[in-house]
Design a protein around this ligand. Structure first.
Ligand SMILES: *[C@@H]1O[C@H](CO)[C@@H](O)[C@H](O)[C@H]1NC(C)=O
Ligand SMILES: *[C@@H]1O[C@H](CO)[C@@H](O)[C@H](O)[C@H]1NC(C)=O
Ligand SMILES: *[C@@H]1O[C@H](CO)[C@@H](O)[C@H](O)[C@H]1NC(C)=O
Ligand SMILES: *[C@@H]1O[C@H](CO)[C@@H](O)[C@H](O)[C@H]1NC(C)=O
Ligand SMILES: *[C@@H]1O[C@H](CO)[C@@H](O)[C@H](O)[C@H]1NC(C)=O
Ligand SMILES: *[C@@H]1O[C@H](CO)[C@@H](O)[C@H](O)[C@H]1NC(C)=O
Length: 302
């Protein structure tokens, strides 16, 4: 029974009907000939009428050549097509996606400035400090898609020849909370991660306290700056000596340490490097090599 049904369906799909009358065949043949002649005559008429005008409108669309990419690298090389602008002559320049995963007061602002000093690198800051963007995994994915499609407009957005695009993302900005889906996103879209942490967590804590004190006190001529831009400014802010609650000290340092370990565990299957602020400010070689060799783009130091 099942065989019958199968062969019936096969016959219906594949075999021409047997014994179709000769007359019917002739009619179909004649009809198709008439149609063909008619279509040809219309085409000829139109092309003779328009050919002069059409030649003027012809644009040379030269498909650009995408570069050869090693098979192991293909996952990490992208050719985005932004909606807000045209990549023009750089449409076939490969773009790499990255994310800097960090904690507050760990040098990520400085590190990003370093990256952005390269003309073709665009690191777009803490785009997930905006509450609606991190409210659930759909808004997170939507924001990331927009960023990696080069459609986010920040002060660090670059041009059509951007070769690497990314953001900095603090662990407490939805990253730990939605780690499963974000990990899937990073691996699916070939995003390289730069973990940036601070070895000295006590100094980090003091920096947090001083920064939140200055939010009200505004020591720099009545303005608050999370990131200072001169040693003079740094000296003024460093005059503030916060009081630390000794009872809470060790538990809160442990808590940060644990969050960092957790994050490294969740995202260990990604392509990533782990950097420490103390190392990169001291060692030019670490600064240069780690980024160049592992992520495939070069930092031009100022
Ligand atoms: C930036 O990209 C453009 C276009 O691909 C390239 O010509 C230029 O050399 C790049 N600049 C640097 C500093 O790598
Ligand atoms: C996610 O958050 C956005 C903005 O807050 C909201 O409009 C949307 O309905 C939420 N989606 C889900 C699936 O919760
Ligand atoms: C990005 O924003 C700036 C300032 O708000 C604006 O001048 C610029 O035209 C915008 N660029 C794009 C591509 O939307
Ligand atoms: C504060 O203002 C004074 C006078 O305008 C200027 O000399 C000084 O450099 C400013 N200090 C900072 C930290 O911006
Ligand atoms: C330190 O923190 C503990 C726990 O939050 C609190 O009970 C205690 O009063 C604090 N001590 C001071 C001096 O603020
Ligand atoms: C800097 O880092 C490189 C690479 O890890 C290492 O070979 C070199 O000895 C370091 N230099 C200093 C001064 O620590």
């Amino acid at each position: 029974m099942a065989d019958d049904v199968y062969s019936y369906v096969k016959d219906a799909l594949l075999k021409p009907p047997r014994n179709s009358p000769l007359l019917l065949r002739m009619v179909v043949l004649t009809f198709s000939m008439v149609c063909g002649v008619y279509i040809c005559s219309i085409c000829l008429k139109q092309s003779s009428a328009n050919s002069a005008g059409r030649l003027l409108n012809v644009q040379v669309v030269r498909p650009c050549e995408k570069p050869y990419v090693e098979p192991s690298e293909r996952r990490f090389i992208h050719f985005p097509k932004p909606e807000t602008f045209n990549r023009a002559e750089c449409a076939c320049n490969p773009v790499r996606f990255f994310a800097i995963l960090s904690t507050q007061r760990s040098g990520s602002g400085w590190f990003e400035t370093l990256l952005n000093s390269h003309i073709n690198i665009s690191s777009n800051g803490e785009i997930f400090s905006v509450k609606v963007r991190k409210s659930n995994i759909s808004t997170i994915v939507e924001t990331l898609d927009k960023l990696y499609n080069l459609d986010i407009n920040t002060s660090a957005s670059k041009n059509e020849c951007t070769a690497a695009v990314g953001l900095k993302w603090m662990l407490n900005q939805g990253l730990i909370q939605h780690h499963d889906q974000i990990l899937e996103y990073f691996n699916r879209r070939g995003v390289s991660l730069i973990f940036l942490f601070r070895r000295n967590l006590l100094r980090r804590m003091i920096s947090i306290l001083a920064n939140s004190f200055d939010q009200n006190a505004k020591l720099l001529n009545g303005t608050h700056k999370s990131h200072v831009h001169s040693s003079h400014e740094a000296e003024i802010l460093a005059k503030y000596k916060p009081t630390i609650n000794a009872t809470m000290l060790i538990p809160s340092l442990k808590q940060v340490e644990q969050m960092v370990t957790e994050a490294l565990g969740y995202f260990k299957s990604t392509r990533h490097i782990v950097l420490y602020y103390e190392d990169i400010i001291k060692n030019r070689t670490v600064r240069h090599l780690s980024i160049h060799s592992r992520l495939g783009f070069v930092i031009v130091e100022s």
